[in-house]
Design a protein around this ligand. Structure first.
Ligand code: KIV
Length: 292
């Protein structure tokens, strides 16, 4: 008889059900260590393809590969146990056809153990979103400023600041909702449009640079920790970890150069040889009770 262990992690339907109930909290995570730290506090964590820029120093997310996403996704799933893990589909791995998207998304889910994938695009990706969700792959959509299209957009540009852009973006939101996405990221979007979209669709909107009118928020972890050299206007730095790391490293370098580290507290001495002597009798309490 097969046994189904209870699902302890947040699932895509759990996230969807939060709309209108409580704000959805999320952050990016790229490795096991930080995934473990943020796990108790977030509803989902995103292994975003922003890892290409943040972790690998790439100029954009365009060069990120499926293998990179799988490697970081696997580490994040290993390091966490409670939050839903969503893994980004990188540029070139899903746009060509719903079938190719399914093959690559299934590989991501099998090899990482994540609970959902995210892909960029609105109306143009609706057929693929429907195809994936009908075949067991929960999809988070991503509209507005879509970094994988940076070369078409001519830069990272905030969307919806002119009324003329609204109709297409509202159409994108409606299309991904109807196609079966369980949530949609609104990135770099004027507040008034983000509010209108959030009120008009059934699935939760997750904002990044799209105001508090969204149903939830996401930030790149390194940005909100104060680890990134430059951050956009919409980021609030909740910590100054970059400065803390630099201070600790400078202190370490100074101590090594001054031979102030390591001290006796940090070194291993030789093992002491045991002295030979007459073995002591075992105490009554430690003696084994004879078995019959
Ligand atoms: O890759 C990423 O980090 C993202 C977030 C900005 C939503 O897609």
């Amino acid at each position: 008889m097969s046994q189904h262990p209870p699902i302890k992690r947040y699932t895509a339907p759990d996230i969807q059900a939060q709309k209108g109930q409580k704000p959805i909290v999320s952050l990016t995570a790229y490795h096991a260590h930080t995934a473990g730290i943020i796990d108790p506090y977030v509803d989902f964590m995103l292994v975003g393809d922003s890892l290409g820029m943040v972790m690998h120093g790439l100029p954009s997310t365009v060069p990120v590969t499926l293998d990179m996403m799988i490697m970081h996704g696997t580490a994040v799933v290993r390091g966490s146990k409670r939050a839903l893990v969503v893994v980004d589909m990188p540029f070139g791995s899903y746009e060509e056809s719903p079938q190719i998207a399914f093959r690559n998304a299934a590989r991501v889910m099998k090899e990482t153990g994540c609970g959902a994938i995210k892909l960029e695009g609105g109306a143009r990706m609706a057929e693929t979103i429907h195809y994936l969700t009908q075949r067991g792959i929960p999809v988070m959509a991503h509209i507005g400023l879509t970094p994988q299209s940076v070369n078409v957009m001519g830069g990272f540009k905030t969307q919806g600041r002119e009324q003329a852009q609204w109709a297409a973006l509202e159409e994108d939101a409606k299309a991904v909702d109807e196609a079966g996405a369980f949530a949609v990221v609104l990135e770099g979007m004027a507040e008034a449009l983000a509010e209108k979209i959030s009120k008009s669709i059934m699935i939760p909107t997750i904002g990044i640079g799209a105001s508090a009118q969204c149903d939830g928020q996401i930030l790149v972890l390194e940005d909100m920790l104060g680890l990134s050299p430059r951050v956009p206007k919409f980021v609030k730095e909740f910590g100054q970890i970059g400065a803390a790391i630099e201070g600790a490293v400078a202190h370490y370098a100074q101590d090594v150069r001054a031979r102030a580290f390591p001290t006796n507290d940090h070194v291993y001495g030789m093992k002491q040889k045991k002295k030979k002597g007459i073995p002591l009798k075992k105490s009554a309490s430690k003696r084994k009770t004879p078995t019959k």
